[in-house]
Design a protein around this ligand. Structure first.
Ligand SMILES: NC(=O)c1ccc[n+]([C@@H]2O[C@H](COP(=O)([O-])OP(=O)(O)OC[C@H]3O[C@@H](n4cnc5c(N)ncnc54)[C@H](O)[C@@H]3O)[C@@H](O)[C@H]2O)c1
Length: 365
């Protein structure tokens, strides 16, 4: 059977990851890319040998042969473009965080269901080889009864202006990276219901640049009695730090994705690329290798392509993206109100961050 023809919408950071990842998937063929800035999209198409490029994504959706579309656009465009993909009968991969609010999430899920297309939620931590191995150990009982899983992502702040504008991003680091940890917990524990969220957050370093939180600690409790502890930061100098810790009645594991895998390099002159969002390559550094493979992006895309080609149910769906968003909203409400929030959490907030910003509770800035 022929390869799955794919369109990419967006041509910057995550789109590069999608394009490079899809080159490693034998059943995938990227045939078009769309993005509003002509010079960017043209250069992107040329670099990745993609035959068609458009400045209007609706033109890409008119291409009959495209079966799957991967979105790498700012968060406030996830809903309208997903709805357009569903109307055009395209299976759609939506990057994290799934949507700006729960109403949008419901619309997206509903539109895809009615159109009979897959709505796939791009959470690569469920495909990260090192973390997949840790989950295998937990599932075979190596740690006994697991009572705490910690997941943490930290760097010095995002690369593009829209992330810092909460009207477009919907929130700060809890929205941007807390969503990774929350889905990691759900996946790791086998997707039990979450029962409560407690969060503390502040804008410690970047208050001149954003109204969003730049450092957050989030505790999620699940119906299996276990907890997830997320530590997220846009305020940490030194490039991307990503790690998992697991604690159980009979054992524990520490998995450091970057520093634990890296080449320990010393350079007085510095060199080209260290790791995502590193700001210096001089002195001792932790040099990454096969970065996107170690993160699980090609494995994630291979899974989504397999689902489209062979009619399989995706491991990560719009429903998972919505469940994460509900917990993100609850985390902002918890930090705003200064107390634990019980689940399910219903809110008509336009953006998760509003639940924190609109609070009267004193918060650190
Ligand atoms: N899974 C991950 O680890 C990961 C990493 C980075 C980003 N992301 C997510 O991917 C999404 C994109 O982030 P990014 O870092 O690539 O942002 P970016 O700013 O680097 O790129 C955004 C792209 O969207 C395009 N765009 C803007 N308006 C558009 C429109 N109307 N139609 C089509 N394209 C449009 C821009 O031209 C640009 O090419 C976000 O939701 C982000 O959270 C996920």
């Amino acid at each position: 059977m022929s390869r799955v023809k794919i369109g990419l919408i967006g041509s910057q950071f995550a789109a590069e990851i999608h394009a490079e990842s899809l080159k490693m998937v034998p059943d995938a063929e990227v045939v078009a890319v769309a993005s509003p800035t002509e010079s960017h999209v043209r250069a992107f198409a040329s670099k990745h040998a993609i035959p068609y490029w458009f400045t209007d994504y609706r033109k890409l959706l008119e291409m009959e042969e495209i079966r799957m579309v991967a979105l790498s656009v700012p968060n406030d465009l996830h809903c309208p473009i997903t709805m357009a993909c569903a109307s055009a009968d395209k299976h759609v991969v939506v990057e994290k965080p799934f949507a700006m609010n729960l109403r949008e999430a419901d619309l997206m899920i509903d539109a895809c269901r009615k159109a009979g297309v897959l709505c796939m939620y791009a959470e690569e931590l469920c495909f990260t080889p090192k973390y997949v191995r840790v989950k295998q150990l937990a599932d075979e009982g190596a740690f006994g009864r697991v009572y705490l899983v910690k997941q943490s992502e930290k760097h010095g702040g995002p690369h593009a202006a829209w992330f810092w504008d909460v009207r477009r991003s919907g929130g700060g680091v809890t929205m941007d990276m807390g969503c990774h940890a929350i889905e990691f917990f759900r996946w790791f524990y086998g997707k039990p219901k979450a029962t409560s969220v407690f969060a503390d957050m502040g804008t410690f370093v970047h208050s001149g640049r954003t109204k969003g939180d730049d450092n957050a600690t989030i505790i999620v409790r699940f119906e299996n009695g276990a907890a997830g502890l997320a530590e997220e930061s846009w305020a940490r100098a030194g490039g991307m730090d990503d790690r998992v810790e697991v604690f159980g009645s009979d054992g524990c594991a520490y998995a450091n994705l970057h520093m634990g895998n890296a080449i320990q390099t010393y350079s007085e002159k510095g060199y080209g690329y260290v790791v995502e969002k590193a700001t210096s390559s001089k002195g001792w550094t932790y040099t990454t290798w096969e970065e996107i493979w170690n993160y699980g992006f090609p494995q994630e895309m291979a899974h989504f392509v397999d689902c489209v080609k062979n009619g399989k149910q995706p491991l990560e769906t719009g429903e998972d993206g919505r469940a994460v968003l509900e917990l993100v909203c609850a985390a902002y409400a918890s930090a705003g109100r200064g107390r634990r929030i019980e689940l399910p959490f219903r809110t008509d907030a336009e953006r998760p961050i509003d639940l924190w910003l609109d609070s009267n509770t004193a918060r650190p800035t």
